[in-house]
Design a protein around this ligand. Structure first.
Ligand SMILES: Nc1ncnc2c1ncn2[C@@H]1O[C@H](COP(=O)(O)OP(=O)(O)OP(=O)(O)O)[C@@H](O)[C@H]1O
Ligand SMILES: [Mg+2]
Length: 270
């Protein structure tokens, strides 16, 4: 896409070896590889500090690395990365059979945990265009909507936010759309995902999507991604809803199913 190329050019201009922003972050290395990996996300992306108590209230537990429960996400992260590496997958959709299962909470925790893994930069995109909540969970103030971007009113680098976690960039959205499935299944959307996916060798993109059975958005968008993580809220979906979701995902690469809101105690280790 022309606009993404323009954004990349703009960022490249910023990122001369004497560019203080890049130097301060240690992103300029001998062969420029690391700078390449992150410049789009960091040099011209606004960085926003996160508020610990707000995150805790919204169940973003991995931010506090002292919280033993964050290990749950580290285990999930490592399993997912391993499977993605084996298969050369770079894009993940997070969805669920019905609403409220915990997709957004899991997407955000997973994105932070994955960014800490060091080997990848992570983009977390709020593509639940009917009910965008990533920014709310992270406590981010968002100036633009995804539709502003697709309507050519704003550049991608103006939309992106780095929530003060190295290697993590968030594509937030501040507005819900009734007619979102048209965009989700459009060629414009397909080109956007392909462009962002292939631009950076070491980037993983997590798309927080709507539920599979409540709208057609997720089904419309799924052909764009490499693999899917299904979140099932404990006691929130019937057997037939889970079966129907598995049927809809039968042609997709299913990373696995997360049973969220389980009553089981986390036993921890040591
Ligand atoms: N493991 C959990 N234990 C208890 N509550 C949880 C858990 N995970 C998420 N929640 C809560 O459940 C509610 C729904 O979570 P979340 O918004 O992440 O779900 P969602 O699947 O994204 O919902 P929607 O379909 O509306 O987008 C939130 O209030 C969240 O704090
Ligand atoms: Mg959600």
């Amino acid at each position: 896409m022309e606009r993404i190329k323009r954004a990349i050019e703009k960022v490249k201009k910023h990122n001369q070896p004497n560019d203080l922003k890049a130097m301060k972050r240690g992103r300029v290395n001998a062969n420029g590889r690391e700078a390449d990996l992150d410049e789009f996300s960091y040099v011209s992306t606004k960085t926003v500090e996160l508020d610990g108590p707000h995150l805790e209230k919204n169940r973003i537990i991995v931010y506090n690395q002292q919280d033993v429960k964050s290990t749950i996400f580290d285990i999930l992260r490592t399993k997912i990365i391993s499977k993605m590496q084996q298969n050369g997958w770079k894009t993940i959709a997070v969805t669920s059979p019905t609403q409220g299962c915990g997709k957004t909470v899991i997407s955000v925790n997973l994105a932070i945990s994955m960014a800490r893994y060091n080997d990848f930069s992570i983009m977390l995109a709020d593509f639940d265009l009917k009910k965008p909540e990533v920014a709310k969970n992270l406590g981010l103030k968002v100036d633009h909507s995804i539709m502003d971007y697709f309507d050519d009113k704003v550049e991608l680098d103006e939309m992106l936010v780095n929530p003060a976690v190295p290697r993590l960039v968030v594509l937030p959205n501040n507005k819900a759309y009734k007619d979102s499935s048209t965009l989700m299944s459009s060629n414009k959307m397909r080109s956007f995902v392909e462009e962002v996916k292939h631009r950076y060798e070491s980037r993983i993109i997590i798309f927080d999507l709507p539920p599979l059975l409540a709208t057609d958005d997720a089904i419309a968008f799924l052909p764009n991604v490499d693999c899917v993580l299904l979140v099932v809220g404990n006691g929130m979906c019937s057997k037939s809803e889970i079966e129907e979701s598995m049927r809809l995902l039968s042609s997709k690469n299913l990373l696995g199913t997360v049973l969220n809101k389980s009553d089981d105690e986390w036993r921890g280790y040591v």
